[in-house]
Design a protein around this ligand. Sequence first.
Ligand SMILES: *Cc1c(COP(=O)(O)O)cnc(C)c1O
Length: 452
Amino acid sequence: MEKLKYERPLIKKMNTGIPNKFGQKAAFEPVKYIDEVPVKQLIEKFGSPLFVLSEQRIRRNYRAAVRAFSTRYPKVQFAWSYKTNYLNAVCNIFHQEGSWAEVVSGFEYHKAINNGIPGEQIIFNGPYKDAEALNLAIENGSLIHIDHFDELYNLITLCKSHHKKPKVAVRVNMDTGVYPVWDRFGFNYENGQAWSTITKVLESGVLQLAGLHCHIGTFVLSVNAYKAAASKLCDLAMKCKSQHNHIIQYLDMGGGFPSVNTLKGYHPSGADAIPSIDEYAEVITETILNAGFEKDDLPLLILETGRALIDDAGYLLGTVVANKRLSDGRKATIVDFGVNVLFTSFWYEHKISPAQDATQHTEETVLYGPLCMNIDVLRESVNLPLLNAGDHLVVHKVGAYNMTQWMQFINLRPAVVLIDKSSNVHLIRQPETLEYLQTPELLPDYLKIVHG
Ligand SMILES: *Cc1c(COP(=O)(O)O)cnc(C)c1O
């Protein structure tokens, strides 16, 4: 028989009104497997910390989202938001499912091309599209979403040398009832700037106005904000028809649907506080269907959903380094991953589970990463069972933005693995090495010798 784990005795003051260990017990169920693969085995083979992605979950999320929209509207197209997670394996899962690419920089544009995506299926967003990538996008017939007037005039100039009529959309920002308004991208609806841009594009004679675009925010919990946005885009599209006899081919509603994560300080009661993707689909499609488009003019509906499709497919596995007491008596636990790889800990209260059988006792703990930096706090206060140095942890719902916003600071970035639907594990990004990191470094000759 295996020796039972030592549990140190603990005297705890009773706090009425605060959930006790029994009330929250479910949260401490150990997570020993991800898609049937033992966590321990993953760490043994690929090291700690380690990002793990579930292919099955990604495909399920994607199909559910497509179903939500395409059962309500006849022409729907998703475009994968590269910046949410641009590991090629991830992008190609979405592309295999039928998704186009949505990119916001020259670097991302090239990534999409290298993944084999036809130019016409790349949506090019963002306030800065470098000249090289912009020229390529014109050559390839990509969908260029104009962000500001300087870009519009630049495009008009570039057209002269290309003998092509680039397909463009105007990015529109608007008051959707969610504040502050994201008005730094695109052209404003309320003050008439969006309409005046549309007119300029049409009158230029050298651009094809294919679509209208908006991306109203991220983790937008208001379904009504999308109703407002859709109705304003429809209004502009109808006006294109009535005043310029021009038909808008697509309306791109951007991304911004929330994932099933917990925002810091936001504790709604129950899962129903985060609307389902069906609720967003319902208001958006209903608004477009009732806007008065003639049947043949019904625009293609494009969605650039990012975090909602991948957040819950990602896990971060890690290991406890040490426990200590802070000066005020609070318990602190140090783990081997910090905010450098878990950027979203600035936003979310991540759910954290032990990866092995844990004690019944729990204690309020501050969870620190390994960085020599005061801001390296993963959770300011989380109830955790007693964990010893060497024990493993699983952080949930980390698939969005962490693998693109992670930074290299005093530690190398960890490996990423993908578990396929048959529970085979694929290494999709190697752990970084010192050699990899130093490849671009150059050392002037006179600095090569440190001992004279
Ligand atoms: C980031 C971004 C998205 C994806 O946003 P989510 O909030 O992750 O859904 C979509 N479109 C544009 C233009 C973006 O910048």
